[in-house]
Design a protein around this ligand. Structure first.
Ligand code: MBD
Ligand code: FE
Length: 307
């Protein structure tokens, strides 16, 4: 039998082992456990509070919303800030700013050459018709042929296919391969903002924190090209009241696009356009990859799963 003080218990928890294990996992776990012991002691967390928290974590995991919580508590943006800082230190901060991937990417979207209709020709359109177009460039300004641009956004209700049983697989998700001049374009509609699902474990915490769970209207991109650093970013639609009040802290200068309403239809017939529409022009500028790792095509979870 053993009787422990809290400190003795912590020391044992942090040092007990019968095999080497993984040194990095041991280091990080020790730190987190130490910080949590300290929180419980200093804030005098009650047994009921502790077990309520454990119950919430259990519901959170079962709901598949861990990625919503990491975004809402700022961790996704923190990781981007740290990558930006590393780029600054290495004097390679350049190109289109990165923005968080978010938890709603799905790999394997259908591939099109140079242009596509994300809206799949639906009539009437689910929102204001938009064509977004531009080129993929490297930081020398050279166009990048054969780059792969993954694009995904919410439907008119602010929900994403795959996570919404009411939408077909890959609805509003496509992959576009750039042409010889580095160009891409797609037609869709301007999506509304996103709100965390009411009644969910994420909403439970945000209600208790007195926070809202809204994101401004945005469109996501994952851009991959041979020899270039994979870029994850989002663009924002101007005028949204949550632009500077994003629950995921993900909006950035340089990523709020300009809408060009009343753009003439000429030249856009292959996208089913026959009347003036709203155009958005945006070039993606990618850094040179300094390692094979930097040009890996996978999104965040697939990267670590493949490692
Ligand atoms: C989203 O659509 C999103 O982009 C993020 C980061 C978090 C939740 C929903
Ligand atoms: Fe999103």
């Amino acid at each position: 039998m053993a009787e422990y003080t809290a400190q003795q218990l912590l020391d044992i928890v942090n040092t007990v082992h019968v095999a080497e294990g993984n040194a990095r996992v041991r280091q990080i776990t020790q730190r987190i456990v130490t910080d949590l012991f300290r929180t419980i002691e200093e804030l005098d967390v009650t047994p009921d509070e502790f077990w309520a928290g454990v119950g919430w974590l259990t519901r959170l995991g079962a709901s598949g919303q861990t990625g919503l919580i990491t975004a809402g508590l700022g961790f996704d943006r923190l990781i981007d800030i740290r990558m930006d800082e590393a780029d600054e230190r290495a004097q390679r901060a350049a190109g289109t700013p990165r923005a968080i991937e978010g938890p709603l990417f799905v790999a394997g979207a259908p591939l099109s050459e140079r242009e596509v209709r994300l809206d799949e020709g639906e009539e009437p359109p689910r929102g204001e018709v938009v064509v977004m177009e531009g080129r993929v460039l490297d930081t020398d300004g050279q166009p990048v042929a054969g780059a792969l641009v993954d694009v995904w956004h919410a439907n008119e209700l602010g929900r994403y296919s795959h996570f919404d049983p009411d939408q077909a697989p890959y609805h509003l998700r496509r992959k576009i391969r750039t042409g010889a001049d580095g160009s891409y374009r797609f037609r869709s509609f301007i999506p509304p903002g996103y709100a965390i699902p009411p009644g969910s474990p994420t909403a439970e915490l945000f209600d208790a924190l007195g926070r809202h769970g809204n994101r401004p209207a945005h469109i996501h991109f994952l851009v991959v090209a041979e020899g270039l650093r994979t870029l994850t970013t989002q663009v924002n639609i101007p005028g949204d009241s949550f632009l500077d009040d994003d629950f995921a802290f993900a909006t950035r200068d340089g990523l709020v696009v300009t809408l060009e309403p009343g753009t003439p239809a000429a030249g856009y017939e292959s996208l089913g356009i026959s009347a003036p529409f709203t155009r958005v022009r945006f070039d993606f500028v990618l850094q040179k990859a300094l390692s094979a790792d930097e040009q890996r095509p996978e999104a965040r979870m697939d990267r670590v799963a493949a490692a």
